[in-house]
Design a protein around this ligand. Structure first.
Ligand code: 4NP
Length: 154
């Protein structure tokens, strides 16, 4: 099972999802059976680590995002991953627009797939510190639901 989390910049929401999900997989003893990565629909931050506010908020909850580096979604991702999970409607729209021939990945809204909250993880980049906490709250809930789904599929 291969899962790719997708947001806009790949420096706030999708690296948070990658870090939280990796930890949840380790805790569930499933890390050897699931591949996880994250990417952005935009290229502005390619090669950079996650936003310092994202790193600080995540570390307070025990998630170390410092090894992660931003990259942009590539055509190959659609062939390699089973599931590409977008953080908001705009990300999902972009994923559908760029979908190449031969794609096999299922494209979906991460939280919307599980009927969580309003279905989206709001972009925290231009807001205050509370936005980064909200991202973590939503992503932790989404990762728990995704773990349950994968347990049922493996
Ligand atoms: P992300 O957040 O999509 O969660 O990584 C953003 C990061 C950067 C920008 C927008 C959103 N930006 O405009 O540079």
């Amino acid at each position: 099972m291969k899962v790719l989390f997708v947001c806009l910049g790949n420096i706030c929401r999708s690296p948070t999802a990658e870090g939280v999900f990796r930890q949840r997989l380790r805790e569930a003893g499933m890390d050897g059976r699931v591949t996880v990565d994250s990417a952005g629909t935009a290229a502005w931050h390619v090669g950079k680590g996650p936003d310092p506010r994202t790193c600080r908020a995540a570390l307070r909850r025990g998630y170390d995002l410092s090894p992660l580096r931003a990259r942009q979604v590539a055509a190959e991702d659609y062939r390699r991953f089973d599931l590409m999970l977008a953080m908001d409607h705009d990300n999902l729209l972009r994923l559908k627009e760029f979908r190449p021939d031969g794609a096999r990945a299922e494209l979906d809204l991460f939280l919307g797939r599980y009927g969580l909250g309003r279905g989206v993880v709001p972009d925290p980049y231009h807001g205050g510190a509370e936005g980064f906490e909200q991202v973590l709250d939503l992503i932790e809930a989404g990762c728990d639901a995704l773990i349950s789904e994968i347990k049922g599929r493996l």
